[in-house]
Each structure stands twice: as C-alpha cells, then as structure tokens.
Design a protein around this ligand. Structure first.
Ligand code: HEC
Ligand code: HEC
Length: 408
C-alpha cells in the first residue's frame, strides 16, 4: 500500500510537471490562464541610471526636435514621430532618411516608457538603446556618432545645458540618448484615459457601448489573450497572418529598403533569395519558427496612430476588427513556416459587436498630446581652449580666445 501511494504521488508529480511544461509551451503563444487583467497605468518606470528630472526632460525635448541628431542634419525624431500624427507617421510605411523610405510602420512614442521590448521586432530593450539605434540606423537617422557629437559641442545652448544636467565640460553623445528617453518618459506618458478612469471606479467614464466592447475584448473576442495588462500588450510575439504590404511589389524605392534590410539584419542566403516578406522576430533569433512574428503592440493612444500593423496594412480600426473576425489572415510565413498563431479563430461578431469593440478601442486614448515645436538652437564656433597654455593656444591660432576667456 505504502509503495503504491508513493508511486501515485510520483505519477501525480510527473503529471503536474507535464502540465507545467505543457503550459510553459503554450504560454509562449499566450496561455489562456495567465492573462493579467486590464489595469490603470501606474507611474512610469524610472531607470536607476537615468533618473527623471525636469531639466533633463527639457533638454531631451529640444534634442527630440533637433535634426542635428541625424546624418545630414535634416531629420529629427519629430519628423518621423510627429506630434500631429499621433507622435508617429501617417503613411502606412514610414518615411526614411533622405533618399530612402523605411520598411515598417512608424510607431507612436507615447507611453513607450512602459515597454520592455521596443520596435515591431522587440529588438531594443530600453528607450536609451532605442534612441541610439534610431539616430544611427541606415534608413532612419543614418547619423555618424562623432559628427553628431561635434554638432552638439558647437552649439552653445547644448554646451551649457549638458553641463548643467550631466556635469560634463562638453556634451557627450551618449547623454543625448539619456535626455531624449527622459523626455519621452516625463512628457509623453498619458495616464488619464477614459479606460483608466473607468478602472479606477468612475463608471461613467466609458459609454455603455464601450463597456460592451470591453466585455467582448476580454471575453468572446479574446483580445485579452495577447493585449493585456496596463499597456494592453503581453510583449510576446505572434504571426497573425497579416498580409504582405503591396509596396514591396509596386515601388522600387520600397523594394530597395526591403532587400537592404534582409541583408543588414542577417537572413540566410536562401531566405534572402526566396522570401518576399518581413521575417520579423526571425531576424533576432534566426529560428525559422519565428518567421513573421511581431511583438504584440500596445493599444493605448491608437485613436491617433492609424494606419495599423507592422507595415500599416489597415487604415481603420474597423478593418482591424474585420481581420480578427475572420480569424486573422494568411501570409508567406503562415504557409511556409506554418506558424500562424492557433489562438486566432473566426469570431462571428455581429455588426453591433464590431461597433462596440471599436468604441472600446477608441477609449484607450485620452486627449491628443499637443506640443509646439521649439526653435532649435544655432551653431556657433566654440573653440576649445580650456586647459591650453598661452603657447599651445598660439600654435593653433586660438590665443585670442584664451585671453578673452581669461579676461572674463
Ligand atoms: C526615418 C524615420 C524615423 C526617425 C528619424 C526616427 N524614428 Fe523612431 N521609429 C521609426 C519607425 C519606422 C519605427 C518602427 C521600426 C521597427 O519596428 O523596425 C520606430 C520606432 C521607434 C520606437 C519604438 C516604439 C515601440 O512601440 O516599440 C521609439 C521609442 C522611437 N522610434 C523613438 C525614436 C527617437 C527617440 C528618435 C530620434 C532619436 C527616432 N525614433 C527617430 C521611424 C523613425
Ligand atoms: C494572438 C495574439 C493576439 C490576439 C488574440 C489579438 N491581437 Fe491584436 N495584435 C497582435 C499582434 C502580434 C499585432 C501586430 C501584428 C502585425 O503587425 O503583424 C496586433 C495588432 C493589433 C492592432 C494594431 C495596433 C497598431 O499599433 O498598429 C490592433 C488595433 C489590435 N491588434 C487589436 C486587437 C483586437 C481588437 C483584438 C481582439 C479582437 C486583438 N487585437 C487580438 C496580437 C494579438
């Protein structure tokens, strides 16, 4: 008897392990049992090595609007993440560095302080790293680090502000990314949406139709499976079968960027030749099973960020709902890698239910965040005479500046 009990304990344990591992497998695709509920947005996380201060945020704001942080000093963050275009860009596929187009839809920067995985591919882990990638990437900022740094050093406004904020004698480019991230966290976070107010107990904050939409979202339509928690994303990756963008077939400029990215992000030669679509997470992991998977995007502020999906395949929220109602779609990777998420199934939504879902999605955004474009500071030759002796300064023709400085 005793040994039998012992055995059954072991088999129970084994069954539990199998279940646990089974669940772990499933949870990679979104486990039905562990979805965090929708929640109001808490305070924005503040990295220990980049504390938020109002002065740093103001400096970051100026840098965000300043085209000096790009290759030819023509393209600021705000040219692609434009305040009046939902802090993103309204074309399906984003504009690119002059002479190029981008290859993905431009995401909003609003509320990005809450994300642990940035970009459609989830391949930047912090706003600081992301800003640097944005300013230097071939089809985005295309900036050269030393040149961008010199530009800051020859701008008296920045020399003064970097000294105040970071305590450095001259601006250091890396600190620019810290300042921009601080601006995003401090000034581009939106707490006060109808959803937040509703979840905090203000039951009139959502219309009855939106409440019905929320019930569908968390119930029959099963959006909560992936769009959950305060940011409405599980930050996991799925291939929904979003169709291939037509631009890569019809526009030479788009095809150039597409081919460039396939190479630059490092795909297998065979895939470079054969694939005609964005391989998404595959570029990070190089696992064929990850082809065509993208990070679940957050759904806050989406009222202002059309078009939708990684290459702006859908113009309206209605189109997005129709796509899910049909159980998602098909693309090259759902066919070849066979990895369309099993979570999407036809939903059989009525017209009224679709309307309710859209009404709910619209309540995930508060007022539009408007901000006037600041006037960016001009260059001025800024000779570096600190620490030079009179003789050294004379040798490089700067003795005048040294004596002028000494007189002050
Ligand atoms: C040429 C246009 C362009 C410029 C310039 C640009 N971005 Fe972007 N940004 C994009 C596009 C397109 C994406 C999505 C790219 C992807 O996922 O591969 C993106 C993604 C992001 C994201 C990720 C959002 C998310 O939900 O994960 C952040 C944050 C961001 N950019 C901030 C910046 C900052 C800060 C700058 C300036 C230093 C900047 N960007 C410059 C086009 C641009
Ligand atoms: C299996 C996980 C999953 C489920 C379930 C799911 N989504 Fe998504 N959602 C995603 C992913 C991943 C993307 C990006 C896909 C892409 O671009 O290829 C996305 C994109 C979106 C977008 C576009 C966001 C943007 O910024 O472009 C909206 C809106 C959206 N989903 C709403 C919904 C709604 C409403 C439901 C329920 C009917 C739902 N989703 C169900 C994972 C999911």
């Amino acid at each position: 008897m005793k040994s039998l009990t012992y055995l059954s304990v072991i088999s129970l344990f084994a069954a539990a392990m199998i279940m646990a591992f089974g669940m772990a497998d499933l949870s990679a695709e979104g486990d039905p049992d562990v979805d965090p509920p929708l929640a109001p947005l808490g305070p924005v996380p503040e990295p220990l090595d980049n504390k938020i201060t109002p002065e740093k945020a103001e400096l970051g704001k100026m840098l965000y609007f300043d085209p000096k942080l790009s290759g030819d000093a023509s393209l600021a963050c705000s040219d692609c993440h434009a305040p009046k275009q939902g802090w993103g860009f309204s074309d399906p596929i984003c504009r690119g560095y002059p002479g190029t187009v981008h290859w993905r839809n431009c995401q909003t920067v609003v509320n990005t302080g809450f994300l642990g995985k940035l970009f459609w591919q989830g391949n930047a882990k912090s706003l600081e790293k992301q800003a640097k990638t944005a300013a230097t990437g071939g089809v985005s900022g295309n900036g050269e680090a030393d040149v961008m740094e010199q530009r800051l050093r020859q701008t008296p406004y920045y020399v003064e502000k970097f000294r105040e904020v970071f305590g450095t004698e001259r601006p250091i480019l890396n600190d620019a990314w810290l300042a921009i991230s601080t601006f995003e966290r401090a000034q581009l976070t939106q707490y006060d949406t109808p959803l937040d107010r509703y979840l905090e107990g203000e039951i009139d904050a959502l219309s009855p139709l939106a409440v019905q939409g929320m019930e569908l979202f968390t119930g029959k339509a099963n959006c909560i499976e992936c769009h959950n928690g305060a940011m409405l994303t599980d930050e996991k990756y799925y291939n929904l079968g979003v169709p291939r963008p037509f631009e890569w077939e019809e526009s030479g400029l788009n095809a150039i960027t597409f081919r460039f990215e396939l190479y630059a992000k490092g795909s297998h030669e065979k895939y470079y030749r054969e694939f005609k679509d964005d391989l998404g997470l595959y570029f990070t992991t190089k696992r064929p099973s990850d082809m065509g998977k993208f990070r679940t995007p957050p759904l806050r502020y989406i009222l202002f960020t059309a078009p939708y999906m990684h290459a702006g395949q859908f113009y309206t929220l209605e189109e997005v709902i129709d796509f899910y109602d049909e159980g998602g779609g098909e693309n090259e990777m759902t066919g070849r890698a066979g990895n369309k998420t099993p979570i999407l199934r036809p939903l059989n939504l009525s017209d009224e239910e679709k309307e309710a879902l859209v009404a709910f999605l619209e309540e995930l955004s508060g007022e539009e965040i408007v901000m006037a474009t600041p006037k960016v500071p001009p260059y001025e030759a800024f000779p570096d005479v600190a620490g030079l002796s009179q003789a050294e300064a004379k040798r490089i023709g700067l003795e005048f500046h040294l004596s002028a400085k000494a007189k002050n």
